[in-house]
Structure formats: structure tokens, C-alpha cells
Design a protein around this ligand. Structure first.
Ligand SMILES: NCCCC[C@H](NC(=O)CCN)C(=O)O
Length: 304
């Protein structure tokens, strides 16, 4: 083993034992976030709790509400006046939850792991003399993973600028180097028809629920012609008001997914035909809107 490899192994051991010493306060951090689930872009309590956590740790400069209302940044810089390039190592904390089922995806744990890695690394860097490199540690609290796209917003706001490498970890039921996630296009499809009494004057109505059902079925049929690693999954968000009123309005929300963003336009076009033909068949008007930027979830397959 080379000199640097031995040093790395030694630093890793020290880092792990430093994290172990903080285990209880990290557990409390995670538990507090878990017990108060908040939706994307509304993670105010989680934001405040994480800001409090880093403020109570020594040596961190904390920027609350960093670029986004529920984002934050905590930075630690090596003391002295290091010469040459200082490597800026980033860790991400996520902390939004899912509607209805809370922290089912475990983002409280992502926050805990990001905080743990950051305080552990800072601790060993601080205690180790004569390291061959200089390292700065940055923690970014990145809201809105479950909906919208907080990291995309932060990239657009240049929040990642200056960071050389960024790590995050996601809990899973299996040990894996990356999540089986794929790129994504969010789309809302709205059908506008015409209400009418469903038994007295059904012929006067234009049935937006029929359009939604046809849309759903068109997409289901499309699946047979999709590549095996493409995904189309959705829900009917509004299906009408009452059985005796021909639904004048329905709304579906779909995620269209391919392994990377490069293939998304092909799938989007195929799906668009499904949306339009349902409108054509029923005489409804169709409108679609995207509610976040297309995102890539490619992960780093090397697990670096
Ligand atoms: N724009 C909606 C984002 C959905 C992101 C979601 N992410 C995960 O499930 C990973 C674990 N949190 C998804 O990929 O469906």
C-alpha cells in the first residue's frame, strides 16, 4: 500500500469514529425532520433545524435561506492561509417528504448522512497536520427532490459554483452505488369538455373523463412499443364532480422517463399523440403544461 493509501485508510477510520461520537445528535436531527414531514419547497422546519445544527457546530459559516427560501449552505474553510488550490468538497442534504406518507423515501436520512459526512470530514481535516492537499467542506441543503427540482433551481442560481466534487447518499433497501433513477419529464394534461346532466341530456355533454380514460389507456397501450428502460407513470388528479354531471374538466399528471434526458424528446412526442388523440375522440380541448424542468437522474455509475 502506498503512503497516500495508508493515509487515506487512517483518515477514513478517524472520520468514522468522529461520526460515531456525534451519533446521538445526528440521530436527533434525523428524528426531528422525520417526525415533521414537509412537502417540496415548504421544508421550513427542516431548514431551520439544519441551520440550527450547523450553527451549533464550531467553525461553520451558515447561510440560511441560501438562494431558495428553504435551501441553506454551511461552509468550513481550513485555517491558516493555504497556498495553491483548495479542493471544495460538497455534501448534499435533502429533507422534503411525500404527500400523504411522509418521509417514505427517507430524506431525513439523506440530511443526517450529509451532515454526518461533513462534520466528520471537517473534524479530521482540522485535527490532521501536514495533509498533502487543502480541503474546504461545503454543505448544501437542497429542497424539493420529490416535486419540482430544487437542485435544478440551485444550479440555475449558480449555487454549486466553486465546488469540485459533490456527494450525497440515498437510503435504499439494498446496498447499491446508485439509485435506479431515470431522467424525467413531468407533465399535467388537462381536458376541457362540457357539463350536462348525465341522464337527462347526455348528448349535450362533452365528456372530459372519457378523454382522461382514453389518454390513460393510450399511454398503457404505448408501453408495449416502449424501450424496456423507458417508464410512463401517472395518476388521474381530477376525474369529475358527481356521477350525474358529465365531467367538464379532468386532469392527469404523468412522469415520462428515459435513462437519460437525450431520449426524452422521442417519448414526449409519442405521449403527446396519446394526449391529443383522446381529445380528438371525445371532442374535448386538451392543454398540457410542464411543472418543472426535465431532470436527469443518471447517477455516477462508477460510484466514485
Ligand atoms: N419532479 C418530480 C421528481 C420525482 C423524483 C423522484 N425521486 C425519487 O423517487 C428518488 C428518491 N427520492 C422520482 O424519481 O420519482
Amino acid at each position: 500500500m502506498g503512503e497516500n493509501s495508508e493515509l487515506l485508510v487512517d483518515l477514513k477510520h478517524k472520520l468514522c469514529s468522529s461520526i460515531d461520537q456525534s451519533a446521538e445528535k445526528l440521530r436527533m436531527l434525523s428524528r426531528d425532520i422525520w417526525s415533521c414531514p414537509e412537502l417540496a419547497y415548504h421544508e421550513h422546519k427542516a431548514h431551520d433545524r439544519l441551520v440550527e445544527f450547523f450553527t451549533q457546530e464550531t467553525g461553520w459559516k451558515v447561510d440560511s435561506h441560501f438562494k431558495l427560501q428553504t435551501a441553506f449552505r454551511a461552509t468550513w474553510e481550513p485555517s491558516g492561509n493555504p497556498q495553491g488550490h483548495v479542493i471544495n468538497v460538497g455534501f448534499l442534504c435533502e429533507y422534503d417528504a411525500l404527500p400523504g406518507i411522509g418521509h417514505a423515501c427517507g430524506h431525513n436520512l439523506i440530511a443526517e448522512v450529509g451532515a454526518a459526512a461533513a462534520v466528520g470530514l471537517k473534524d479530521v481535516l482540522e485535527k490532521t497536520q501536514n495533509l498533502p492537499i487543502h480541503v474546504q467542506v461545503t454543505v448544501l441543503g437542497t429542497p424539493a427532490e420529490e416535486d419540482g427540482g430544487g437542485k435544478i433551481d440551485l444550479i440555475n442560481e449558480r449555487a454549486f459554483e466553486g465546488m469540485d466534487v459533490v456527494f450525497m447518499a440515498h437510503p435504499s433497501k439494498e446496498d447499491a452505488l446508485y439509485l435506479p433513477c431515470v431522467a424525467e419529464h413531468d407533465v399535467t394534461i388537462k381536458y376541457h369538455g362540457k357539463a350536462s346532466h348525465a341522464s337527462a341530456y347526455p348528448w349535450e355533454g362533452v365528456n372530459a373523463l372519457d378523454a382522461a380514460v382514453l389518454c390513460y389507456n393510450n399511454l398503457s397501450v404505448l408501453r408495449q412499443q416502449m424501450k424496456p428502460d423507458w417508464r410512463v407513470h401517472g395518476i388521474i388528479k381530477h376525474g369529475g364532480v358527481k356521477p350525474n354531471i358529465i365531467p367538464a374538466y379532468t386532469e392527469l399528471e404523468y412522469y415520462l422517463r428515459t435513462p437519460t434526458r437525450a431520449e426524452l424528446p422521442v417519448l414526449k412526442e409519442k405521449a403527446a399523440r396519446c394526449f391529443r388523440s383522446a381529445a380528438e375522440a371525445t371532442g374535448c380541448q386538451v392543454k398540457r403544461s410542464q411543472h418543472s424542468n426535465d431532470s436527469n437522474f443518471t447517477g455516477d455509475r462508477r460510484g466514485v
